[in-house]
Design a binder for this molecule. Structure first.
Ligand code: CA
Length: 676
């Protein structure tokens, strides 16, 4: 999701005064005067003998449940009136085995009948998500699902995220994958590009990432699931049914069971191959507030409104939900718990997290910890427009210190490396923009507090916002804005292609040697291009897809990314878990050279076998000489090679004393000789 210009945000944050009060989670009444329902049985719950509906709709005068034989068209089998029950809920019990029957709810308010709609808690739906389906979840489990276990994760510092749109992963002919654009693409092992390079899940294993971050895979509105033979594309930031997988990614969107089973098969296959699964969740807004199940069942409750009574639009998508309200908060928390338990999801990325309130986000963390404390949570610490939610209550980057165990994206290091998101032609450090060194340093220490950072010179933040490096997502690009290659092309006019490929390496070499949680945009390891498009949310496959032919064309870049990842995973010094550790072990050199910076990680940081490590980033277009501290130093990495045994052992050069020459557009890592 797009974000507001950071300097605007900074001005808003500057007006921030005191942090204050919290809303009780055990309240009896909502701020709108409705009773709060505290039970855990909202929605439709199936057993072989009966199916029970319980819906919170405190302002409704009447609710009718209609049962259908199909998810679209077909015949209505029967209809029933729900009965008003406790705390604003309505209840209906249907006898017999109702498995796979479809349903809608229709509510009356005074004289006005709303539309037929599934409930917001629906666990299964028919095609396009317009009717709910009564589902026997146990029958959707693939073989061996009960034995599915998460790959081990010692700590969040070990995470390397790879962000992918589900369709982009497999849709191109060169993927060699049968189930193109489907959940099942992730279950196909042994797939190859025409040139014989590994693709799909085998590519991910080869690359060495730990977590796949899937752009929206809940049911969204903008793909017509009845027309899947026609070209359609959307990122999916337009939620329709939050607790149901998207239908267009299944092999049969008409049968509500299929998408559930195939989603689970995807998770199971990734887990079996050692990769954890993160969902991009978009609770901050819905596709169309007026027709949403929220508004059809409890008009005016779930959304923030302006003083004029219109939908507030902090998402820049037409509406924003109100996480601070008891029943929206409850909905979010229960939805996340459902994905974590029913689908074994290992992490959640919160779209426009700044639109959620801090208290809700901390409750999310607390509740998910009860299920699995290794579930990773992070989000966009900004909003996309003005919101009535007071700034001091927003889960913003600037308020990250109040978010317990939740990380935020560092737009500071992102835009320092690549250039500002709102000006595609403006370069960053990587392509020669001066005076961004301090912002890169701020990124190296993962937005924590460090005595050698001059915070006044940091691009977007004027103080440290992370209390722990694990609160910072370190990255240079994601699905938003130009992809890395396109940004390099548009900001480095004088570069030759070789220089641009060097910069493609340098950008993520900075990311993967910096502290914090590493995040990579899928396909940059094979030099993905979006042909200059910076907002491809609804553009065709020809712009968005991963073209697997690139893997053999850019084999050198792929190998480099793979080796960078291996270097990070082999060396805990690059992934310290506390700010105190970073302060103790990292010191920056006073090199005073433009487009250049360096630092030393000393004294076997985080139990690294290497005692002293020197890292230089040279964004100059020429080789740069730099002084070294006393001692003999062994080069282990430049843009051309990464070898943990050292260049000397490979016959690639001599050990370095007093000075070294850092190649153009290159990282250089040196290690004290005794450690090699
Ligand atoms: Ca859909």
């Amino acid at each position: 999701m797009r974000l507001i210009k950071p300097f605007v945000l900074l001005m808003i944050i500057a007006t921030l005064e005191t942090m204050n009060g919290c809303q009780s989670t055990t309240e009896k009444e909502t701020t709108d005067g409705y009773p709060v329902y505290h039970g855990n049985d909202l929605g439709v719950n199936y057993t072989r003998n009966k199916t029970t509906f319980r819906i919170w709709a405190p302002s409704a005068s009447e609710i009718i449940v209609r049962i259908y034989d199909q998810g679209i068209e077909g015949n209505m089998i029967e209809s029933h009136n729900m009965k008003a029950d406790k705390d604003g809920t309505w209840k209906l019990e249907l006898k017999g085995d109702r498995k796979n029957q479809y349903y809608t709810l229709q509510a009356r308010f005074g004289d006005e009948w709303k539309n037929e709609t599934p409930d917001m808690y629906a666990k299964a739906v028919g095609v396009n998500g317009n009717r709910g389906m009564i589902v026997d979840l146990s029958s959707t489990n693939p073989d061996g699902w009960e034995k599915d276990t998460k790959p081990p994760l010692a700590g969040f510092s070990d995470i390397i995220i790879w962000e992918i749109h589900l369709r982009d992963f497999s849709i191109h002919s060169s993927s060699g994958i049968t189930n193109k654009g489907k959940y099942l693409a992730f279950t196909e092992e042994g797939t190859l590009s025409p040139e014989g390079e590994k693709t799909g899940i085998d590519h991910l294993k080869e690359l060495g990432i730990t977590h796949v971050h899937l752009l929206p895979v809940f049911d969204f509105a903008t793909i017509d699931e009845t027309r899947l033979n026609e070209p359609q594309f959307n990122w999916g930031y337009d939620p329709k049914n939050y607790n149901v997988p998207e239908g267009s990614y299944s092999t049969d969107p008409y049968d509500g069971n299929v998408r559930i089973r195939e989603f689970k098969q995807m998770v199971q296959a990734l887990h079996k191959n050692g990769i954890r699964v993160i969902m991009d969740v978009v609770y901050n807004h819905v596709f169309d507030a007026v027709v949403s199940s929220f508004e059809q069942l409890v008009p005016g409750y779930y959304f923030r409104m302006t003083d004029e009574g219109k939908f507030s639009d902090g998402s820049a998508c037409g509406n924003e939900t109100a996480s601070e309200k008891a029943m929206m908060r409850k909905f979010m928390i229960e939805s996340l718990k459902y994905w974590a338990t029913e689908y074994h999801i290992d992490g959640f990325r919160f779209d426009l997290m700044g639109l959620h309130d801090i208290e809700t986000m901390n409750l999310v963390r607390e509740e998910l910890n009860k299920i699995d404390s290794t579930i990773f949570l992070y989000g966009e610490g900004w909003t996309a427009g003005e919101s009535p939610l007071p700034i001091e209550k927003r889960a913003l980057k600037a308020n990250a210190a109040q978010l317990d165990g939740i990380a935020v994206f560092s737009d500071d290091i992102r835009d320092a490396i690549r250039g500002p998101w709102w000006e595609q032609d403006t370069p960053g450090f990587m392509t020669g923009h001066l005076n961004l060194e301090e912002s890169i340093k701020f990124g190296v220490i993962a937005s924590t507090s460090h005595p050698q950072i001059d915070y006044n010179k940091v691009n977007y933040s004027d103080k440290p916002y992370a209390t722990s490096p694990l609160q910072t997502i370190t990255y240079v690009t994601c699905h938003d804005n130009p992809c890395l290659w396109d940004k390099i092309v548009s900001t480095c006019n004088k570069c030759k292609k070789k220089d641009m490929l060097d910069i493609q390496k340098l950008a993520n070499a900075i990311v993967l040697t910096s502290q914090g949680v590493s995040f990579l945009h899928a396909g940059e390891e094979i030099v993905r291009t979006k042909k200059g498009e910076d907002n491809s949310y609804n553009l065709p496959d020809s712009i968005n897809q991963l073209v697997w032919h690139n893997k053999s064309i850019y084999k050198d870049v792929f190998s480099y990314y793979k080796e960078l990842i291996a270097l990070r995973m082999n060396h805990p010094a690059f992934r310290m878990s506390t700010a105190e550790m970073i302060n103790r072990h990292i010191s920056f050199f006073d090199t005073d050279k433009p487009l250049f910076l360096g630092y030393q990680i000393s004294d076997n940081a985080n139990s690294d076998k290497w005692k002293d490590i020197i890292v230089f980033y040279n964004a100059n277009s020429k080789i740069t000489e730099v002084d070294l501290p006393d001692g003999e130093w062994v080069i282990v990495a430049t843009k051309d090679f990464i070898t943990e045994e050292g260049f000397t052992a490979k016959g690639l050069g001599k050990d370095q004393i007093k000075k070294t020459m850092v190649p153009a557009h290159s990282i250089m890592i040196l290690v004290d000789k005794a450690s090699i």
